[in-house]
Design a protein around this ligand. Sequence first.
Ligand SMILES: Cc1cc2nc3c(=O)[nH]c(=O)nc-3n(C[C@H](O)[C@H](O)[C@H](O)COP(=O)(O)O)c2cc1C
Length: 179
Amino acid sequence: MNKNVLLLSSSPRRGGNSDLLCDQFTKGAKQAGYHTEKIFLKDKKINYCTGCGTCFNEGKRCPQKDDMAEVLEKMISADVIVMATPVYFYTMNAQMKTLIDRTCSRYTEIRNKEFYFIVTAADSNKRAMERTLEGFRAFTSCLSRAKEKGIIYGTGAWNMGDIKRSEAMEQACEMGKSA
Ligand SMILES: Cc1cc2nc3c(=O)[nH]c(=O)nc-3n(C[C@H](O)[C@H](O)[C@H](O)COP(=O)(O)O)c2cc1C
């Protein structure tokens, strides 16, 4: 199957550790012949959900005029969604959470997706990533038939590029290949 793989890279650091792992995943996915697209969230204007109720009370699309409509459309048409975040205070960063909140108007259309999670952190203990992963799972638990397929733990990486010394680089490439 020629899968459509969408990567959502939320680090504010282009070429940061989680972003590099996205590129490794992409490399593998391309080798497998999949179509890939990475959205670097910092390039997009995505406002906070205002909780206005236009979507959940009136059944209308979100009235905000920013880049989220385009990102949502891509999430809906993807087969595979890779969500990558740096760990900030033991959870996902605000950029990723803002994106998740803004799926509110169309999250019921994000159906039958395969999900991969990429987390990077200074901490080298994988178990310390659980709260971040639970945050992702809180989102996917709201979706219809979401399948969690894999996790890349980019632990022990503080500074830009630290991840290059980690086996997570190869793991991300391999995971992309077998996505
Ligand atoms: C605001 C902030 C909060 C952070 N909180 C944590 C944390 O709770 N635990 C941890 O291990 N690393 C923490 N870090 C370190 C980052 O997770 C780490 O540098 C990561 O590799 C960044 O990924 P990136 O290069 O993709 O942005 C924090 C960094 C920042 C800037």
